[in-house]
Design a protein around this ligand. Structure first.
Ligand SMILES: [Fe+2]
Ligand SMILES: [Fe+2]
Length: 206
């Protein structure tokens, strides 16, 4: 695959990434990259350029996931990354925002939509672009994911109706976080509300 990077070939980037991530996380990243490509193809976006963008965003979406606390804090300071209260209280969320920064600074990715797809892959946000929605949902359905009750339904739905699949994932994420007593990012709530309304509007038009 061609990587959308000013600095690295795909092979070089994969080698670098494999040294930065645990094996399980690296395999998940490859899973997201190829799942994103398959979603692009299924939805009629199958030019080499489009597939490269899907692949690059998928491959690098978790590039900041396996940092030590010290490394993470160093990069936050170095690149002036501003954190929300929820991110400060739930540091696992930081890897999305920081991942977008590192994809640019460490992997030479300049395409703003690839970077925003990495930025929003964990929480989602309202009115995502096609690439953003694909990376958000590919992260949830890729083949290495442990089986969840809604996975079969979402894995089928996603190839015909991306909005409804995104909505199901957001609903499930909110239920899961509530059950675990964990904080929910406002972007996730806004996204869920947005997609529910969008689907309702679509139903009225049909
Ligand atoms: Fe992630
Ligand atoms: Fe991920």
């Amino acid at each position: 695959m061609r990587l959308c990077s000013d600095r690295y070939t795909d092979e070089e980037a994969r080698k670098k990434l494999s040294h930065k991530l645990e094996l399980r996380r690296y395999e998940h990243s490859l899973g997201v990259a190829y799942t994103a490509c398959s979603l692009f193809m299924a939805h009629g976006h199958d030019t080499p350029e489009e597939l490269s963008r899907a692949y690059t965003a998928g491959l690098l979406h978790d590039c900041a996931k396996c940092l030590t606390d010290e490394e993470r804090d160093k990069y936050i300071r170095r690149y002036g990354v501003e954190l929300s209260r929820t991110e400060k209280e739930n540091p696992y969320l930081i890897h999305a925002k920081l991942g977008a920064v590192l994809a640019k600074e460490k992997y030479g990715v300049t395409d703003p939509e690839i970077l925003s797809s990495i930025r929003w892959h964990t929480t989602g946000c309202a009115d995502m672009t096609f690439l953003e929605a694909v990376i958000f949902s590919a992260d949830f359905i890729e083949p290495n994911r442990k089986p969840l009750i809604i996975l079969p339904e979402v894995r089928t739905l996603i190839y015909t109706d991306l909005d409804r699949a995104v909505c199901r994932i957001l609903e499930q994420t909110i239920v899961h976080l509530n059950n675990k007593g964990m904080a929910i990012e406002e972007h996730t709530l806004e996204a869920c509300d947005f997609y529910k309304k969008k689907i309702m509007r679509r139903r009225k038009q049909d």
